[in-house]
Ligand binder design. Structure first.
Ligand code: AMP
Length: 187
């Protein structure tokens, strides 16, 4: 199964995506993780991405799309994957469609984790103590939520129109959310 997991920052996408990837026997591909790994290794890509991430802005589509194209070309992603944090813009949706189309494939389902804004901020606060992420400060979190609302939330409509979207309550504990995802997907 080729799956997308979407939702605002702090919705719990990463944790659920890891469990789901195990379930569908494909890689968990998080664009945020790949950027952070590159920042840690001080690669050229990392240096480029860092200033956008630190400001809560999206890394330019050209850069992100090329990175995902390379990752999806790896053999472990041929028939199943869970994409976490991609696509986030209209152009990324179009790129992903083209990439999959070229292999005669398409997205099978999209999970949206729904969590109210107040809870997102509280969750990120809790996470920031242990994550050491450079983008978990109050000001940057507010910007990330605004960018999500502007650029990414509208994409959910596209996947709903295609009949692929499962809107799920992301406020329960990890197991409850995991079970509702498995139930929705029948996995
Ligand atoms: P995440 O770990 O998914 O919350 O991503 C952390 C940050 O990485 C985001 O706030 C963006 O700055 C950047 N990022 C991750 N995925 C994308 C994407 N698909 N497009 C643009 N920027 C991204």
């Amino acid at each position: 199964m080729r799956l997308l997991i979407m939702g605002p920052p702090g919705a719990g996408k990463g944790t659920q995506a890891v469990a789901l990837a195990r379930r569908v026997d494909g890689p968990h591909i998080s664009t945020g993780d790949i950027f952070r790994d590159n920042i840690g290794r001080r690669t050229e890509l990392g240096t480029l991405a860092e200033k956008y991430i630190a400001a809560g802005e999206y890394v330019p589509d050209g850069v992100t799309d090329a990175m995902v194209r390379d990752r999806l070309a790896e053999p472990d992603a041929t028939s199943a994957f869970v994409l976490d944090g991609y696509p986030r813009t209209e152009q990324q949706v179009a790129t992903l469609d083209d990439l999959l189309d070229a292999r005669g494939a398409s997205v099978d389902a999209v999970i949206e984790l729904v969590v109210p804004d107040e809870q997102l901020v509280a969750r990120i606060h809790r996470r920031s103590a242990e994550s050491g992420r450079l983008d978990d400060t109050d000001e940057v979190v507010r910007r990330r939520l605004a960018v999500y609302a502007e650029q990414t939330a509208p994409l959910l409509r596209t996947y709903a129109d295609r009949g692929l979207l499962h809107r799920l309550d992301g406020t329960g504990d990890l197991d409850e959310v995991r079970q509702s995802i498995n139930l929705a997907l029948g996995v």
